[in-house]
Design a protein around this ligand. Sequence first.
Ligand code: HEM
Length: 411
Amino acid sequence: MTAASTQGSVTDLEYDPLDPDVKQEPYPYYTVLRAKEPVKWLPTLQAFSVADYDNIDTLLKDGQTYSSAQFWPELLGEYDPVPEELPMISTDPPDHVKLRKLANKAFVPTKVAELKDRTYQIANELIDDIIAKHGQKGEFDWAWEFTALYPVTVIAEVLGVPTDRRGEFKVWVDLILSAANRAAYGPEKLAEIEDAKVKTRDFFEKLYDERSAKPGDDLISTLISTEVGGVTMTRSQVLSMAVVLLIGGVETTTNLLGTVLVELKRHPDVYKRVRADHSLIPALLEEVLRYNPPVQIIFRHTTKDTELGGVAIPKGSAVMPLLASANRDETKFESPDVFDIDRKIDIPLMSFGQGPHFCLGSYLSRMEARSALEVAFSRFAELDVISEEIHWIDSYFARGPHTLPVRYTAA
Ligand code: HEM
């Protein structure tokens, strides 16, 4: 039985990403879209959604027609700490290629792999804090007390943020991330976001000066000095890259680690196997990334009149590739609605996007998520989500549990 047919007739589901039922469980709606209208006009968002793997792949690989330029300004609005410089994620070819080459060089897997020991250490320290606070046995909120803190601490480490500034840093990052929902906030909250924006800018300006004068082995130092074809990044480009790493790398990995425990609650047989054999953790992560990914939707705008899947799309249209739907495309994945950590996947998942903007942090996020789970499964003899009912964050493009109370026993 497909997920769609568990919720009623396949044909009676009308996709509107803003509908609370869709936000809670979007997958049956994606099934209907792929079957009936892979490219569909959405009146509430004034955008075209694209639901099938091949059309998403095509559009993401065509950065000339499907531009990313409006993505960042729309996400952060006036709360971008580096407004004078569009970041890499919002740059189109050919400029994007130059920036991406520099970033790739600074972010190579060997460099990221050097962080592995620190990720174990960070996960262990957070779990020490949890046990110190709640005792050897009890309950805590996995989403807030572990997954919300861990990726931001790893990124702080990557960027070379001094340990004594990390508390403030976490507060600023959360506030800047919340600018995506600025339309819903009153003046008090907006003033806090503005303050975080100014402090973040200030902080990175000073860090830039320090690292230029005295380079360390952190990413800011590497970004400052990296050269491709005699070209280095400008000061604004380095600052902008630091901010994009924060925005791109924090909430996504937080949500992935939250959803992993949700899926383990729903699939106790899998949990039992992974508990007994930690070498299954990478396969578990891949299946969670496919089945219930942290980034459901990304955004593009057309630079000219075009056509996709037989649908005419005028110049200047907003287009939303539904990445999470591509991962359930029945023409690409066998029994896509089945959660199966043993499945053989022979095409790229869409979870990290595709084409020129393919996630710079895919290697880092997989590595840090793996370390976190290895540590958590070793340190907790019992770690179980308490409730069957999951409250997902209130977003139509990001997905992860808002809170996740767990019962635990320290090992
Ligand atoms: C599970 C975790 C993650 C997921 C699901 C994820 C997802 C994505 C997706 C879907 C894109 C494509 C955006 C687009 O095409 O518009 C992207 C791009 C990007 N991500 Fe990630 N990401 C994750 C973790 C990270 C981490 C840890 C970092 C960095 C520390 C990071 C940095 C970036 C950057 C810089 C880009 C832009 C690349 C470019 O424009 O060339 N991401 N990510």
